[in-house]
Design a protein around this ligand. Structure first.
Ligand SMILES: Nc1ncnc2c1ncn2[C@@H]1O[C@H](COP(=O)(O)OP(=O)(O)OP(=O)(O)O)[C@@H](O)[C@H]1O
Length: 697
């Protein structure tokens, strides 16, 4: 078959399938708005179906794989799309959902004539692949067809032409789905079984965030009925990042997943009884001035996030549990005595493993009931005596300890011997702040952990938890999250090479993987970077120097682009002129839809934005509490750009003062934001990190 006739056949099929989709959309009928409950439920189902069909109408499918099982006469073409579509009359599958077991063949197959298999609910199904074809449908028309495998034909090239085409496209302001080009190593992670803590160490641009979002969509499909979207949660570093990734799940037909930051979630759990101390902006402290390695190691975030600190909290909680049993008898009136031994028996028989405060409140109710029953048994009627007895009851119950999380935390901080890892000054500062209900970010994990241990987790437990940028999390943060799941089901992703928040986060993955049983833990590495050109990745790898942390360097996909530019400006005025000129030039390039100027500090970014605005250039200046990501031309401090990407990136102050020897990871983050073009500008001495990178090239 010629390429033209294959294209013609496929184009006709696209039209036929689209006709079916549109027929089904029409058949859905008008929206039900009445009060009948059953009809309302049916309406919800119809809406979900409508959403799926609308997704299919935009792009019915993107791939075809011809598979033949030994029992079949000939290979069967299987078309893979974002959502499954069945023939409305015959129920024949016109399109197979990308998450279906058989669709894994499309992603896992990488050529060769040997039999392959996929895992189905009935066991492994073996067969041979005859064709693997990528199809690009836009606005209802077939635009592109690429065969990456035809059985019997010599395999021409190992590069995935279709992938390169997708990667070469320019970016708008949102992350996109990648269902049509998911790579084998990514697919394996997406399809990992649910009840595991899956860790992903992936280089910058390896698709970690994207893969985690696709995994959520996969889990919802694979475990439909047993897990629910509203019980799944994504933890992201900030609101702006959540905005940036907000398009992917709806594109995959998934809604309702909780998306939050650890800070927001923790403050909610604590019912807003504390607030973050605005006076000390952590980012400002750690990024606006150079900090030493020692300062980072001894940072409060490292100490309070450690397992040693959690042990201290556990110890205090255990001591608290012991205080539940009153030491004295309760004697509301003479001769009516409730002895500690009797209470001890109640406590022992009433122990359903519930949190301390629930047990405490139940004990108080039981003592009250005891008094009432004694009153009735003895047929007492004297109301004065009753009032007196009730006053004694209240006094007795008040002595049974009752804590809020901040109170118990304060008790711990006041006990110097219990927290030897904290300096007297660190303790006093925290105690003082707590008195005004103020906390630092590093106090949130211990506080929320105490809250959950005291009161339990009232919401339904999480079916699945995704933690993005997990290298910035402490072991204690994950310990608190573990209390919100019956069995760990997590996707934890990050990159140690981008660990710029070392003052709070981990320094090796072992710090987090050790929190889960080995047989319920998966560890994956993604080394291929899909975001940036080869030139940019090579340059960024050199900036980072030795990898350390036991992590491999990023391997670029074979996508070549322009060389990285490093330019000196003779003084600061010229540097600002050059920034303006570069931005103007880049804005004339049609392929650069998103451009970023990255500065080392928030202050330097403000100066750049002011200058650009004075030239009449509209700028989006990103600050630490930003909620939305607007795209276009962005001026952003390097430490806030983590997770984002832009067609072209200008690093505006690549000098030695701005990027000192401890800033390799920060500069690496900055460089790896660029998809197609990277330029570094400096005034005075070039940072050694780049000097060495250039010398190595
Ligand atoms: N299989 C793929 N096909 C097409 N594009 C891909 C693929 N995998 C990743 N990408 C693209 O690579 C870019 C980087 O993806 P993503 O932001 O998920 O990576 P990341 O590992 O989370 O990066 P970082 O650590 O730098 O935040 C995105 O534009 C994404 O669409």
């Amino acid at each position: 078959m010629t390429v033209q006739s294959a294209f013609q056949d496929e184009a006709e099929r696209v039209e036929i399938v689209l006709r079916h989709i549109r027929n089904q959309l029409r058949a859905i009928g008008p929206r039900y708005t009445g009060d009948d409950f059953t009809e309302q439920m049916l309406q919800l189902q119809r809406e979900e179906r409508q959403q799926r069909l609308e997704v299919s109408e935009k792009e019915p499918y993107f791939g075809r794989i011809d598979f033949q099982e030994p029992s079949q006469q000939e290979p069967k073409p299987l078309y893979i799309g974002k959502a499954g579509v069945a023939h409305e009359k015959t129920t024949e599958l016109l399109v197979i959902d990308w998450r279906a077991p058989v669709a894994s063949l499309f992603y896992a197959f990488s050529g060769g004539e040997a039999p392959v298999s996929y895992e189905s609910p009935d066991g492994d199904i073996e067969g041979t692949v005859h064709l693997k074809r990528n199809l690009m449908v836009r606005e209802g028309k077939l635009e592109r067809l690429v065969d990456s495998y035809v059985r019997g034909q010599e395999e021409e090239s190992v590069t995935d032409e279709f992938l390169l085409y997708r990667l070469g496209e320019s970016k708008d302001n949102k992350l996109r789905d990648i269902v049509s080009t998911i790579q084998q190593e990514q697919d394996r992670i997406i399809r990992t079984e649910k009840n595991k803590a899956v860790f992903i160490q992936g280089v910058a641009g390896s698709g970690k965030t994207t893969v985690a979002l696709h995994r959520l969509a996969y889990l919802l499909y694979r475990y439909a009925g047993s897990i629910r979207a509203e019980r799944m949660v994504i933890f992201a570093p900030n609101r702006m990042f959540l905005d940036y990734i907000s398009g992917v799940l709806p594109e995959l037909g998934v809604g309702d997943i909780v998306q939050t930051t650890y800070t927001e979630w923790a403050l909610d759990q604590l019912q807003q009884t504390v607030r973050l101390d605005e006076a000390t902006d952590t980012m400002d402290y750690w990024f606006e001035q150079p900090r030493t390695r020692e300062e980072i190691e001894q940072a409060p975030g490292r100490l309070k996030g450690s397992l040693a600190f959690k042990r201290a909290v556990d110890e205090k909680l255990a001591q608290t549990e012991e205080t539940l049993l009153p030491q004295q008898s309760f004697e509301p009136i003479e001769g009516m005595v409730l002895k500690p031994a009797a209470i001890a028996e109640w406590i022992a028989t009433d122990d359903y493993g519930e949190p301390f405060m629930k047990r405490r409140n139940r004990l108080v109710s039981r003592i009250k009931r005891w008094l009432e029953s004694e009153w009735k048994t003895r047929r007492l009627t004297d109301s004065k005596l009753k009032t007196k007895a009730n006053a004694k009851l209240n006094a007795y119950c008040k002595k049974i300890p009752s804590y809020t999380a901040p109170q118990l935390y304060s008790l711990l901080l006041n006990d110097a011997a219990a927290v030897p890892m904290l300096s007297a000054q660190a303790r006093t500062t925290s105690i003082k702040a707590l008195k005004q209900s103020k906390v630092q970010p590093e106090d949130l994990a211990p506080l929320v952990y105490i809250q959950l241990r005291l009161f339990g987790f009232d919401n339904p437990t999480f079916d699945h938890v995704v933690i993005d940028e997990a290298q910035d999390y402490s072991p204690f943060q994950l310990e608190a999250l573990k209390l919100c799941q019956r069995q760990a089901s997590m996707t934890v992703l990050g990159d140690l090479q981008q660990g710029i928040h070392g003052y709070a986060g981990i320094h090796s993955w072992g710090e987090l993987t050790a929190l889960f049983p080995a047989d319920h833990t998966g560890y994956f590495e993604l080394d291929r970077s899909y975001r940036s050109t080869m030139e940019i990745i090579d340059f960024a790898n050199r900036v980072l120097g030795g990898m350390g942390d036991g992590v491999k360097p990023a391997t670029p996909v074979f996508r070549s682009g322009e060389a990285v530019d490093v330019e000196q400006a003779i003084n600061d005025g010229v540097r600002l002129d050059e920034i303006v000129q570069t931005v103007k030039n880049w804005r004339n390039e049609e392929s650069y839809r998103t451009i970023a100027v990255l500065g080392r500090t928030a202050r330097s970014c403000e100066a750049i934005a002011t200058r650009l605005e004075a030239e009449g250039i509209q700028v989006s200046l990103v600050q630490s509490k930003q909620e939305a990501y607007k795209g276009g031309l962005t001026v952003v401090p390097a430490y806030l750009a983590k997770g984002l990407e832009f067609d072209a990136v200008l690093i505006a102050d690549a000098d030695q003062t701005s990027f000192g020897p401890n800033d390799a990871k920060l500069l690496y983050v900055a460089c790896t934001r660029a998809l197609h073009k990277l330029k570094l500008l400096y005034c005075g001495a070039l940072t050694n990190l780049v000097e060495e990178a250039v010398a190595q090239s």
